[in-house]
Write a protein that binds this ligand. Sequence first.
Ligand SMILES: Nc1nc2c(c(=O)[nH]1)N[C@H]1C(S)=C(S)[C@@H](COP(=O)(O)OP(=O)(O)OC[C@H]3O[C@@H](n4cnc5c(=O)[nH]c(N)nc54)[C@H](O)[C@@H]3O)O[C@H]1N2
Ligand SMILES: Nc1nc2c(c(=O)[nH]1)N[C@H]1C(S)=C(S)[C@@H](COP(=O)(O)OP(=O)(O)OC[C@H]3O[C@@H](n4cnc5c(=O)[nH]c(N)nc54)[C@H](O)[C@@H]3O)O[C@H]1N2
Ligand SMILES: [Mo]
Length: 758
Amino acid sequence: MRVEPDPSHPTGSSICIKAKTAPEFVHHPDRLTAPLVRTNPKGSDDPGFQPIGWSEALDLAARRLGLIAAESGAEAVAFAVTTPSGTAIADSFGWIHRLVHAFGSPNLVFATENCNWHKDFTPMLTWGAGIGMPDYSHTGLILLWGFNPTATWLSQVAPIREAKKRGARLVVIDPRRQGLARSADLWLGLRPGTDGALALGLAHLMLERGGADQTFLRNYTDAAFLVRDDDGTFLTDIDLLGAEGAGVPTIWDEALGVAVPCPRGAPISATASLSGVRGVACRGTTVSCRPVLDGLRERCSHYPPDRVAEITGLRIEDIEQLAEWLGKCGPVSFFTWTGTAQHSNASQTTRCINVLYALTGSLDAEGGNVWFNKPPVRDVSAFEWVDEKTRARTLGGDQRPLGPPRRGWVTTKDLFRTIATGDPYPIRALVSFGGNFALTKPRTEYAAEALRSLDFYLMTELFLTPSSREADLILPVASAWERSGLQAGFVISEEAEEWVQLRPAVLPPRGESRSDTDIVFQLAVRLGLGDRFFGGDPDEGLRHQLEPTGISLETLRANPQGVRVRLKSGTGRSRERGFATSSGRVEIIAATLGAVGEDRLPTYEPPRMSPESRRDLALYPLRLTCAKWPQFCHSQQRQESSIVEAMPFPVVQIHPKVAAAREIDNHDLVDIVTPDGRFTARAELTVALREDVVCAQYGWWDPTDVWGRSDLSYNNAIDGAIIDSLSGSNSMRSYLCEVSRIGPSGRQDGSTARITAR
Ligand SMILES: Nc1nc2c(c(=O)[nH]1)N[C@H]1C(S)=C(S)[C@@H](COP(=O)(O)OP(=O)(O)OC[C@H]3O[C@@H](n4cnc5c(=O)[nH]c(N)nc54)[C@H](O)[C@@H]3O)O[C@H]1N2
Ligand SMILES: Nc1nc2c(c(=O)[nH]1)N[C@H]1C(S)=C(S)[C@@H](COP(=O)(O)OP(=O)(O)OC[C@H]3O[C@@H](n4cnc5c(=O)[nH]c(N)nc54)[C@H](O)[C@@H]3O)O[C@H]1N2
Ligand SMILES: [Mo]
């Protein structure tokens, strides 16, 4: 009936509108309550879904999937899963992965390349781990870089406010001045997709004006390693000693006046040089070398403040101010998420930001970004069950060997192309655990054709969505309120990470719906994989997960609010034990990138455009970007009238000057046109964003017309072919566009159907 916050819980002090309206969501008449099977041919206007019983449905699924695997191999079945960051599929995430791997499929579609990849995985190229968490309680300067927790992660807001009250500075880097940016000490409203240039420009100032932490650079990074001028490789002890060398890098010792080998883990001399060309005597010849940091200095020298101001559209004073604070007001902590991720240059932007951050010397230090320990719950995803030969066939793995495919995660773009063409092998079935990729992924070739041509398409869902139109079978899912879920660690602080909770169901499942976990276990048994799923008993699965923590299932059930495990996180572990990179150090020169022929130094490349854009630049004078609003998670909540009534159309934020020039009034409907498509939204005039930027909401559709074509979806205007070469991330945030007035929104009927039909 009602949801209230629980301030005793580490992330329970506040709730958002989606929790406040949970009763409407749970009891919504559109909820799916029985398994549905298709009765009309694919491609029909109406799929003719008819209810069937669960055992019939599960038998059907197991039979079809088993047959396809027997005929064409397990790789002929692909899987998909919705985001655990924006849905409660987190409850089942590990088990879904386990099913994929037990089945033997190398392909799982997941939003990662546009979501968490650049915060959790790309930083591994630089320091062997994700970005960690800001240690808000001790930090001196917080950078929110393309991350707006007020809308997207409420429980980070209070600690940031407290840090500010304590005297920490807050800087927000975002084309919009929303949320915490309004009260920030400095707002850098840059042009979308130019974050990499800003980071290199800031690094330039820190290196030139003395703000960089030389001690950290010397002790914990590759900054002092000597690089040969002739071929760009590290000068190693083999160059010095010949066969006696072990291939370890060398540094130039100022005091000794010689190059000295620097084995992994060994401390670097305090007199190791961080600048200057040296002629090093190498068995008879002299090799010209300089330390890694000189290479970075040279790279950054191409980004002096005036040039950075030109690229980013920022004021020189603001860039200089931030560079000064980065050097003086630490410890520095930062958080970034999708604002820097959904770009064609996202991986290198991450590199630029990470290397800049290394210059502050705050990584893995009190008040900086740290890695809290997590409760030792067993990982059940069983990645290793897919044999290497099959793993090598993960779609996109050959183009992006360092990207999500190496973890078995694939894009819809690659999947749909493969389904439609059979190249490099046939994929005949798709099993999707939620996800609404028709709206959340950009337009891509083959989508409609691929979904129609599948021999078997199974979706588990709470509602009918545009992405389930071509499904053969839809299984109804119990919402998070109707099922239990294990969460070990709540991420935002050391204290929160110590919390282990088995969230109990507060209601029985709606109708015949079941949790994804139950569906996975039951399907696994029918597929003959029961022995890998504890005989089909999810409780036994939970016991297996919990065993290393020493907490029993009974204890968690008796303490539904959660229990506390003591974890001694502390800081400095990576400094002590070495970072998880090939050198054991933070890598300014990323060895792994060199191995795949990419620039090893951080680099800035402007956002890429489609060929159409390049032809008609003048037609698209504005930059399009997107953001999330508190009311919605992605394409969800569009059924909830109390939310949709307050926000009946997608919002597009436009600067009043831009609007005036186009005779657009507040709340007018406008067309947003890019070189690659268009969509409709309702104007919100605001000065809280850059003048040359428009920022729109995405994920819109009309649930009263599920199978209709939606003019409301942002991703209609985005070409999925423009991707980041390392991660496959889509260019959804730095698009060229123009906006034009359609007319007043004049919406009275409480639905969006009118403009959908237009
Ligand atoms: N209410 C709500 N909360 C959510 C979600 C949701 O859908 N709704 N989704 C969840 C998920 S899955 C995720 S991944 C997270 C994402 O969380 P966030 O990354 O915080 O989400 P966004 O609002 O999309 O983007 C953050 C900010 O990036 C800015 N931005 C846009 N373009 C650029 C750019 O080029 N450079 C920079 N520096 N900034 C830019 C936007 O203006 C926006 O303020 O949120 C999670 N929380
Ligand atoms: N233009 C643009 N596109 C974006 C983004 C953006 O910022 N801009 N953000 C991207 C990001 S960060 C992400 S994570 C993706 C998200 O992409 P998706 O994963 O496709 O996210 P949703 O649209 O939320 O789809 C969730 C679907 O799963 C269903 N669902 C919810 N909970 C459950 C559950 O427990 N079980 C099952 N089986 N189903 C469930 C919901 O009803 C809904 O239909 O979108 C990406 N797309
Ligand atoms: Mo996400």
